[in-house]
Design a protein around this ligand. Structure first.
Ligand code: FES
Ligand code: FES
Length: 163
């Protein structure tokens, strides 16, 4: 049996719903969700900062919960609604968290921003963004090397209505 044939034998047919669209894919069981999103579906708004679950740049929503997509296999995401940064705006209108990041200048290079925004959406929707301390704690798994976090926290507080 050739290596290619061996690889093909390992492929598993999976249906993933991403940003409201259902995709039928053949995935290797070892493929990480972040690479399925970026390389199979072309959703490159989800970035890879570390590949070791430290930075949070790859954060997406899986069933409404924020998940570091480098820590999850693509096949494990079957049956869940997945939201990436590309799916957050509605009919061209920014999501309130995106709008707050814009208004509060909560980004510089933007590399961490998609993951930070999605982590913030999840934090707010879970009721966890109650004050500055809770926001800082809730976003501690998302690293930003540019902003010093101040404006990010301010933006999330504004979107959560706690300032
Ligand atoms: S790329 Fe996933 S946590 Fe850094
Ligand atoms: S804005 Fe550059 S890493 Fe956060």
């Amino acid at each position: 049996m050739s290596i290619a044939r061996k690889g093909k034998d390992l492929l598993r047919r999976v249906a993933l719903t991403v940003n409201g669209t259902r995709h039928e894919l053949e995935l290797e069981p070892r493929e990480l969700l972040v690479y399925v999103l970026r390389e199979r579906l072309g959703l490159t708004g989800t970035t890879v900062g570390c590949d070791t679950s430290a930075c949070g740049a790859c954060t997406v929503l899986v069933g409404g919960e924020s998940v570091k997509s480098c820590t999850m296999l693509g096949v494990q995401a079957e049956g869940f609604e997945i939201t990436t940064i590309e799916g957050l705006a509605t009919n061209g209108d920014l999501h309130p968290v995106q709008q707050a990041f814009h208004e509060h200048h909560a980004l510089q290079c933007g590399f961490c921003t998609p993951g930070m925004v999605l982590a913030a959406v999840s934090l707010i929707e879970s009721g966890g963004a109650t004050d500055e301390e809770a926001i800082r704690e809730g976003l501690e798994g998302n690293l930003c090397r540019c902003t010093g976090y101040h404006n990010i926290v301010e933006a999330v507080a504004a979107a959560a209505g706690v300032i």
